[in-house]
Design a protein around this ligand. Structure first.
Ligand code: ASP
Ligand code: MG
Length: 444
């Protein structure tokens, strides 16, 4: 396999959600280009596996059994639709039955996080086997590249790029030659050689890691949407796909809730400068969104919003911000493992935002030892991404002008070359998103 020419194609849960969709993926990958296919579990399966684990934790064996039976009948039905040949059908059913027996085998022992991780891996193992057998039946042909043989995390649970690279290249040299390899997204082994995973939604991450360590030609993330949109289509009336994004722009949008991409996933691709393309399996010829290291100068690209943001305003009890004040503030948040997102300061006070308010009471009581504190909850942060280099003129003022009828609690500009973030109340979210779209994208 010539890895520099290889394309990594990741298909998510809905793209492999039924026999029909699996067949459709088969047609999408049937050309002669060299590729590695990364698959998620069928839609809904990982959630079911989480549910099964919960039942085991609660020692609710009947409920666990019931969920396993539900999963099994779903798979058996899709298998009947998917394969023509009876022997193959039987073979794949046996594979699924073994996995179901494996899931049930956990009822005999105590259930811990280790068992849970093994349970969660089953969805990807099954969808990958189903796809591989389908491609072989249709003559497209594919070789299975088991993720547990090469995908590794380190002792912090982060991808171990070096070991993954070494093991993956080794596997590719040992396996039979093919122009299509198929692997499981999401699952891996950790530093202790136990089955683990890259966190929910992690199959994008798998694709990005493989693309990076192989220095592949391109990483394609296939979903059911035509690329990343310039605003939230669930809220704003008119949106359009964005054709090109810089990695930083895409990461901001993903973090701010553009559900199409897992936020951390593109980092490996960014570091090795491998382009990531978001494509629509329901409309494969549509151009989608290309994410790369190039910036389109002078353009504002997209808007995304994040709900449930809490503002903490901290007023120094002394007149001026004495040195060390900021350090004390940030240390307080650090002690309570709470990430700070936006920060704005004045001479006597600082306002910052958090999206995890679970330790808020403890944080407030500590801050009160040296400052006065007030809280605004139910806020929404809105991120505007694009070429927002400070030397460009007119962009930040266009953003502010768009919001001239809306009370804005905080503005953050200049932290990066790629974004402006504003904070508004929940009740103004829709109005703010519409106003920004109209002014920034659809004005005359
Ligand atoms: N199946 C896993 C999940 O649902 C991983 C993924 O789909 O990306 O989180
Ligand atoms: Mg996903």
């Amino acid at each position: 396999m010539n890895t520099a020419k290889t394309i990594i194609m990741k298909f998510g849960g809905t793209s492999v959600g039924s026999a029909e969709r699996i067949k459709h993926v088969g047609t999408l990958i049937s050309d002669s280009r060299e590729k590695i296919i990364v698959l998620s579990a069928m839609a809904g399966v990982t959630n079911k596996l989480v549910e099964i684990s919960k039942h085991y934790y609660d020692s609710n064996l009947n409920a666990a059994k019931h969920c396993i039976d539900e999963l099994k009948s779903k798979y058996m039905q899709e298998i009947d639709f998917l394969y023509k040949g009876e022997p193959l059908r039987r073979a794949v059913k046996t594979f699924v039955q073994e996995k179901m027996d494996y899931l049930w085998s956990f009822h005999e022992d105590s259930f811990t996080i280790f068992e849970e991780k093994a349970v969660l891996a089953v969805g990807e193992l099954i969808s990958t086997e189903m796809m591989c057998q389908h491609l072989n039946e249709t003559g497209i042909g594919a070789v299975k590249l088991p993720a547990l043989d090469f995908m590794r995390t380190d002792k912090y649970g982060e991808p171990d790029m070096q070991r993954t690279e070494m093991l993956l290249k080794e596997q590719l040299s040992l396996l039979p030659q093919s122009h299509i390899y198929i692997t499981e997204g999401f699952i891996c082994k950790n530093a202790y050689d136990e089955i683990d995973n890259l966190q929910r939604g992690g199959s994008d991450y798998t694709a990005s890691i493989i693309g990076a360590v192989l220095e592949a030609k391109e990483i394609q993330i296939w979903t059911d949407i035509d690329g990343m949109h310039n605003n939230d289509p669930r809220i704003v009336e008119k949106t359009d796909p964005v054709r090109r994004l810089h990695f930083e722009e895409a990461a901001e949008l993903a973090y701010f809730g553009a559900k199409i991409l897992h936020p951390t996933c593109i980092l490996p691709a960014k570091h090795r400068n491998i382009p990531v393309r978001l494509l629509n399996s329901m409309d494969p010829s549509a151009p989608g969104t290309l994410i790369s290291n190039s910036i389109e100068e002078g353009k504002i690209k997209a808007i995304a919003a994040k709900d449930n943001i809490t503002v903490v305003k901290i007023n120094s009890s002394r007149m001026l911000l004495a040195h060390g004040f900021m350090r004390r503030v940030f240390e307080t948040f650090e002690r309570h493992q709470t990430a700070v997102d936006m920060v704005t300061t004045s001479e006597v006070s600082v306002s910052l935002t958090i999206d995890n308010a679970s330790h808020l009471q403890d944080i407030i009581s500590e801050l009160k030892q040296f400052a006065s504190v007030s809280i605004d909850s139910d806020m929404v942060s809105i991120c505007i991404v694009g070429d927002l280099n400070w030397k460009n003129i007119g962009f930040e003022s266009a953003i502010i002008r768009a919001l001239d009828e809306i009370p804005v609690r905080m503005i953050s500009y200049g932290g990066s070359n790629y974004n402006v973030t504003v904070l508004v109340q929940k009740e103004h979210k829709e109005m703010a998103l519409e106003a920004l779209s109209t002014h920034l994208f659809y004005h005359e």
